[in-house]
Write a protein that binds this ligand. Structure first.
Ligand SMILES: NC(=O)C1=CN([C@@H]2O[C@H](COP(=O)(O)OP(=O)(O)OC[C@H]3O[C@@H](n4cnc5c(N)ncnc54)[C@H](O)[C@@H]3O)[C@@H](O)[C@H]2O)C=CC1
Ligand SMILES: O=C(O)CCC(=O)C(=O)O
Length: 427
C-alpha cells in the first residue's frame, strides 16, 4: 500500500541555490511555505546531493547542472518540482526530469529587458573603445583619440533570434538610430522599421554589429564558427549574450587578433566558473577589444526580484493545486483551488491504454468525480481527477493505490482541499 506521507505546507522542504532573490522566499512565505533554505551560490556535487536529500522543490539559476545522474540519484527521490529562476533551462536534463514526474518551471520574460539593456550598453562601449581607454586611464594613461571609434547611429545591427530579448534589442537599437535586420527560424512580426532577412548568411554579410539571441539547442550549437565569422563584414562587431556554446570561441579570438572584427562583447561562455571564487579561463582573456562580462545579462535587482516572484508562484501553484502551466517539460494543465475536493494527480508514460485503465479504476468506486483533466506531451501524460470530498474521502486512498499500480504510472499525488486548508500528500 502506498498511502503516502502527509506534508503540510510548512513541512514542504524548498532549497534555493545560487543567490535567488529574497522576493521568492517572501512569496513562498505568504503562501504558507516557510521551510525555505536560501543558499548564496552554486554548490559542488556533494553539497548539491546533501541539500537535495529530502527536498520537495528546488530553485536554481544557470550554474547548477541537474544532469541525469543527479536527478536519478536516491537523494532526489522526494523531488517534486524544479524552478529555474532564469530563462534558459539547458542546465537541466528535461526529459529525465519529466520521466521522473518532475515538472521544470522557468521565467521566460522577467529578465529579458535587463539583457537587452546590457546588449545596447555593450554596443556603445565596444564601438567607442570605452573599456580599453578606461583601463588605460586607471593606469594613468591619457588616450584621447577618435581612432577606431564610431557612433552607433546609422549602423546596422543584425539580430539572430528575434524572440523576447532580440525584439527588445531591436526597439532600443532603433531608438538610437540604428537600422535593424534580423534572422529567425520562424517568421516574426517586425517591430518598428526592422526587417527580417531570409538567411543568416545575408545578415552576416550586411550587419555592422551582429547580436546573438538564440536558445541553446542542437541547431544553435557552434552556429557562429570560423566560416560564419568569415562572412561578417571587415571591421564589424559580434555580441553574444545567449549561450556560450553558440559561438566557437577560438574562432572569435582569432578574428579579433587578425582584426577581421574590431570588437566583441561576450557575456556567456562554453565553460563558466561554478562560483565567484573559481578562476575564469577563456581564449578571449587578454584581448582588450573584447568586453567580457560574467554572465550578468539578467543580473539586475529588477529582473531577479521579478523572477523570484514569478517562479516561486509557479512552484506554489504546482505544489498546492497541481497546476503545470509554465512547465517547460510537462503537459500544461491550469488548475486553481477547488473547495471540498480531493484532487488526484496521475503522471504517466504517454502510451495507449493508460487513460482507459485510470477510468476503469475510478469506475469501480461509487464516487462523484467533479472534474477530470488530461494533457499529454509526446512522452508524458498528466491526468487530474477532482473527487467530491463529501462522498469520496474514505475511498480516495484506495483509489490512489490502485492508480499507482496502473502500468506506465510514474507518480501519483493527492491534494486534499478542505476548510482547514490545503495539504499535500507525496508518494
Ligand atoms: N546572458 C544572460 O544572462 C541571459 C541569456 N539568455 C539567453 O538568451 C536566449 C534567448 O532568450 P529569449 O529571447 O527570451 O528567448 P526566445 O525563446 O523568446 O527567443 C529565441 C528566438 O530564437 C529563435 N531561434 C531558435 N533557434 C534559432 C536558430 N537556429 N536560428 C535563428 N533563430 C532561432 C526562436 O525562434 C526565437 O524567436 C535564452 O534561451 C537564453 O539562453 C536569457 C536570459 C539571460
Ligand atoms: O541569471 C542567471 O543565472 C542566468 C540568466 C540566464 O542566462 C537565463 O535566464 O537564461
Amino acid at each position: 500500500m502506498t498511502q503516502g506521507t502527509v506534508f503540510n505546507k510548512e513541512e514542504i522542504k524548498i532549497v534555493l541555490f545560487e543567490g535567488i532573490s529574497q522576493a521568492a522566499v517572501e512569496v513562498f512565505g505568504q503562501a504558507g511555505y516557510t521551510n525555505v533554505e536560501l543558499l548564496p551560490k552554486a554548490v559542488d556535487r556533494e553539497t548539491l546531493l546533501a541539500k537535495l536529500s529530502g527536498a520537495h522543490m528546488i530553485g536554481i539559476r544557470s550554474r547548477t547542472q541537474l544532469k541525469q545522474e543527479i536527478l536519478e540519484h536516491e537523494a532526489a527521490s522526494r523531488l517534486m518540482a524544479v524552478g529555474c529562476f532564469c530563462i534558459g533551462t539547458n542546465q537541466v536534463n528535461l526529459p529525465v526530469a519529466a520521466t521522473r514526474g518532475v515538472p521544470v518551471f522557468n521565467a521566460p520574460h522577467s529578465n529579458t529587458r535587463s539583457v537587452a539593456e546590457l546588449v545596447i550598453g555593450h554596443t556603445i562601449m565596444m564601438m567607442r573603445k570605452v573599456f580599453p581607454n578606461s583601463m588605460a586611464a586607471h593606469r594613468k594613461q591619457w588616450n584621447k583619440s577618435a581612432a577606431g571609434c564610431y557612433e552607433v547611429r546609422g549602423k546596422t545591427i543584425g539580430i539572430i533570434g528575434y524572440g523576447h530579448i532580440g525584439s527588445q534589442v531591436s526597439v532600443l537599437a532603433e531608438a538610437m538610430g540604428m537600422k535593424v535586420i534580423y534572422y529567425d527560424v520562424l517568421t516574426k512580426l517586425p517591430l518598428g522599421n526592422a526587417t527580417q532577412v531570409t538567411s543568416m548568411q545575408e545578415l552576416l554579410k550586411t550587419a555592422d554589429v551582429v547580436s546573438l539571441h538564440v536558445p541553446a539547442t542542437p541547431e544553435t550549437k557552434e552556429m557562429m564558427g570560423a566560416e560564419e565569422i568569415a562572412l561578417m563584414r571587415e571591421g564589424s562587431y559580434l555580441i553574444n549574450a545567449s549561450r556560450g556554446n553558440v559561438v566557437v570561441v577560438d574562432a572569435l579570438a582569432e578574428a579579433i587578433r587578425s582584426e577581421k572584427l574590431l570588437g566583441a562583447a561576450v557575456d556567456v561562455f562554453p565553460k563558466e566558473p561554478a562560483s565567484n571564487t573559481e578562476a575564469f579561463e577563456s581564449p578571449l582573456v587578454g584581448l582588450e577589444s573584447v568586453i567580457l562580462t560574467p554572465h550578468i545579462g539578467g543580473s539586475t535587482q529588477e529582473a531577479q526580484r521579478n523572477i523570484g516572484r514569478e517562479v516561486a508562484g509557479k512552484l506554489i501553484n504546482y505544489c498546492t493545486h497541481g497546476s503545470t502551466i509554465g512547465a517547460v517539460n510537462f503537459p500544461g494543465v491550469n488548475l486553481t483551488h477547488s473547495p471540498n475536493t480531493i484532487r488526484l494527480l496521475h503522471i504517466h508514460h504517454n502510451r495507449p491504454g493508460v487513460l482507459q485503465k485510470i477510468n476503469d479504476v475510478v469506475g469501480d468506486h461509487a464516487i462523484n468525480v467533479l472534474g477530470q483533466y488530461l494533457r499529454t506531451t509526446e512522452d508524458i501524460g498528466f491526468v487530474v481527477l477532482d473527487i467530491d470530498a463529501a462522498h469520496g474521502r474514505e475511498k480516495v486512498s484506495v483509489i490512489r493505490d490502485q492508480l499507482s499500480e496502473v502500468p506506465g504510472t510514474i507518480r501519483t499525488r493527492k491534494l486534499v482541499s478542505d476548510e482547514e486548508g490545503d495539504h499535500t500528500i507525496l508518494e
